[in-house]
Design a protein. Structure first.
Length: 256
């Protein structure tokens, strides 16, 4: 397996498990040989109140998933909402290879500072609807060398993806990822061509009503999607020999 931070595609379960632990195990079984990362969400405390209570997993379950990912050699990360009390995460036996900040967390400087100070792993900042000015003034200042930005459009329509913004963001940092929120999965391939270094894509059992149903990939389609993405990443890469200037031999038309 690649080193913990060398993956190119993160399969995000988010809260699409619907509180069903077996659904998480099903996803892990489907991705265990794909050289991808895996993440779950932990939302802010108020999110789990009332009708959303069933989304909540126990600390023990997170630890078990972390342990299983380690055993399967799948890089494991958490996508965090602006949690008020992260002490239970600090004191847990989680082996985190990365952390993703959900858009609402990116707006909370104190939360970011607390997490960054304790967890020494790469961080991925979901930009949501942040303006270029906000990113430059408020987010870039938190980035370390191994951290990355996640550009995404919250629209499901292909026409709203604005992938040319990836090039604009590269003026701030070359570490740009793409979060797939479009219902058309081929947009991921275009994002790779636009310069995205990694992809984040949600998955789940689409026979159920998922929070990310519109833009999620069904569990059964993960393998095909990942292989297509890695083919695109390979097409965008260059070996040392390929970087050398090569002579192009044009086919000459036959003489008359």
């Amino acid at each position: 397996m690649n080193k913990p931070n060398n993956w190119k595609v993160c399969i995000e379960m988010g809260i699409n498990h619907l509180g069903d632990y077996e659904q998480i195990l099903n996803v892990l079984n489907n991705i265990k040989n794909l050289d991808v990362a895996f993440s779950l969400q932990i939302r802010e405390e108020v999110f789990y109140e009332g009708k959303n209570k069933f989304f909540e997993l126990s600390p023990k379950q997170y630890e078990e998933i972390s342990s299983l990912c380690n055993k399967l050699k799948i890089p494991f990360g958490l996508a965090l909402g602006p949690i008020k009390d992260i002490n239970w995460i600090k004191s847990s036996n989680l082996n985190l290879n990365f952390i993703k900040y959900l858009y609402m967390s990116v707006q909370d400087k104190n939360f970011i500072s607390e997490v960054n100070d304790f967890f020494n792993c790469p961080k991925y900042f979901s930009l949501g609807v942040s303006s270029f000015k906000e990113i430059k003034e408020n987010i870039i200042t938190h980035l370390r060398e191994e951290d990355m930005l996640i550009f995404t459009s919250l629209s499901h329509d292909a026409k709203d993806q604005n992938l040319k913004e990836i090039k604009n963001l590269q003026k701030l940092t070359k570490n740009i990822c793409f979060g797939q929120h479009c219902s058309k999965k081929e947009i991921s391939m275009t994002a790779i061509g636009a310069g995205a270094k990694k992809l984040f894509v949600y998955t789940g059992d689409k026979s159920k009503e998922l929070p990310d149903h519109e833009h999620a990939i069904d569990i059964t389609a993960i393998k095909k999607y990942v292989h297509a993405c890695y083919n695109c990443f390979e097409a965008m890469s260059f070996s040392k020999s390929e970087k050398k200037e090569q002579k192009i031999n044009f086919i000459q038309p036959p003489s008359s």
